[in-house]
Design a binder for this molecule. Structure first.
Ligand SMILES: *Cc1c(COP(=O)(O)O)cnc(C)c1O
Ligand SMILES: [Zn+2]
Length: 413
């Protein structure tokens, strides 16, 4: 490992060198990556970052990857888009979209976390990698493994969207559909990782994987001109992304790369799987697992690994949480598409809907700078629109048929 970071147990401070350890075997505490900000500060600055290629590795010193590890170029640096039309519809005068629906190579923010986890997996000498996934992670692990020439095992709930299943198998990964919800699939992966020396990105490599999410925060700050927004709305499944976005903003302040500024974090979940949002709303200190039932399969984790950490990050920031019904999710997808020309997946529908609720109740004020994280591409979840959008009957190729069609529409309007 390079000397900029270490994998530690935060309780007993035992250090794990060249190992993939998620829980300290002595105290069962989740291990954490700890950085040497003094040394990082000597290498990292706004100028240094701006001279580097536009991908997640421009913040390489703040990621748990040795200098020598091979890195997949081109991941991240997705657009931060001003969204005045969506803002008007939702009641915000300063709304931005962080658009990871355009993330390379598999069109979701999971490309960030997998890029980091696989770079570390190769540094640790894993020949076989894998994951338990609700869909997007499956796509990302399969694609990144193909580019790295690694064997991949991807385990998923059997009932995922076809695009996410086919969009995994196509890369040559070993796709295993399991007749269970995500939480049991995850447990199975933990058991496999004990038997075989495989690197499961979100199981035994989880501490490295989770850190990749910080790059969303770094990019938002840089794209706003090296300043922090007032609010960020983030969809939550396992809760890692929200937690690490909060950490990422703090790190930039520690390093003096942005002026200190409080950022409120807001978490968004589907009503049919909202263990973190519900715990926040009820003022609970811990998350009570649920059995998911929602069209938003990418966020359907009933027992979130970083649920407690996400709750704490939300509370500390003075933020909040909300949830959206299946109907609101579909409306959110359509609103985003119609107002800003961005087709997000079901998780985007969740985030747009919850952002609207937060503005409506005044938890977010119209004049504050608010960034909405769109984390996955809607081409992967088109099935949820099937019954919502009427494509109409096909026309004969004649001007008469077209004019009659136009008249019909005008009459209906
Ligand atoms: C996985 C995922 C999330 C949530 O990430 P967590 O870190 O597990 O909370 C959000 N959006 C999409 C599209 C995802 O695939
Ligand atoms: Zn320990």
């Amino acid at each position: 490992m390079s000397n900029l970071y270490r994998l530690l147990c935060p309780s007993c401070e035992r250090e794990f060198i060249r190992e993939a350890v998620t829980l300290c075997p002595d105290c069962f505490y989740p291990t954490e990556i700890v950085y040497d900000y003094q040394a990082i500060g000597e290498r990292l600055s706004q100028d240094a970052v701006e001279r580097r290629p536009r991908d997640i590795w421009r913040y390489g010193e703040l990621l748990p990857v040795p200098d020598s590890a091979p890195r997949l170029a081109g991941v991240g640096w997705t657009p931060l888009i001003e969204a005045p039309r969506l803002g008007r519809r939702l009641g915000s005068g300063s709304l931005f979209i962080k658009d990871d629906a355009a993330c390379f190579p598999t069109l979701s923010f999971k490309d960030r976390v997998v890029a980091v986890a696989l770079a570390e997996a190769r540094a640790l000498g894993f020949q076989v990698v894998g994951c338990a996934s609700t869909g997007n992670l499956a796509n990302a692990v399969a694609a990144h493994a193909a580019r790295a020439g690694l064997e991949a095992w991807v385990l998923v709930p059997a009932d995922l969207e076809p695009a996410k299943l086919l969009g995994t198998a196509v890369y040559g990964a070993n796709l295993v559909r399991v007749t269970a919800a995500y939480d049991q699939v995850n447990r199975l992966c933990a058991e496999i990782a004990e038997r075989h020396r495989w690197g499961f990105v979100n199981v035994n490599l989880r501490p490295f994987y989770a850190e990749g999410s910080k790059t969303v925060a770094f990019e938002i700050a840089e794209q706003l001109g090296w300043r922090l927004p007032d609010n960020v709305v983030v969809p939550m499944a396992g809760g890692a992304q929200l937690t690490r976005i909060a950490n990422g903003f703090q790190e930039l302040v520690i390093l003096g790369m942005v002026p200190a500024h409080p950022v409120r974090l807001f978490g968004a979940q589907a009503k049919g799987c909202s263990p973190i949002a519900t715990a926040h709303q009820l003022g609970r200190k811990s998350v009570v697992p649920v059995v998911p039932s929602t069209i938003c399969k990418s966020l359907a984790i009933g027992n979130p690994a970083d649920g407690h950490a996400a709750l704490r990050a939300i509370a500390r920031s003075g933020g909040g949480a909300g949830s959206a019904t299946d109907l609101e999710i579909v409306r959110g997808i359509r609103l985003l598409a119609e107002s800003e020309g961005i087709l997000g997946e079901t998780a985007a529908g969740v985030t747009v809907a919850v952002t609207g609720q937060l503005l409506e109740v005044g938890a977010i004020a119209p004049g504050e700078t608010t960034v909405v994280c769109i984390t996955g591409n809607g081409l992967k979840t088109l099935d949820c629109l099937d019954r919502e959008i009427d494509l109409g009957a096909p026309l004969a190729p004649s001007l008469d048929a077209f004019e009659a069609h136009w008249d019909r529409l005008a009459g209906a309007a």
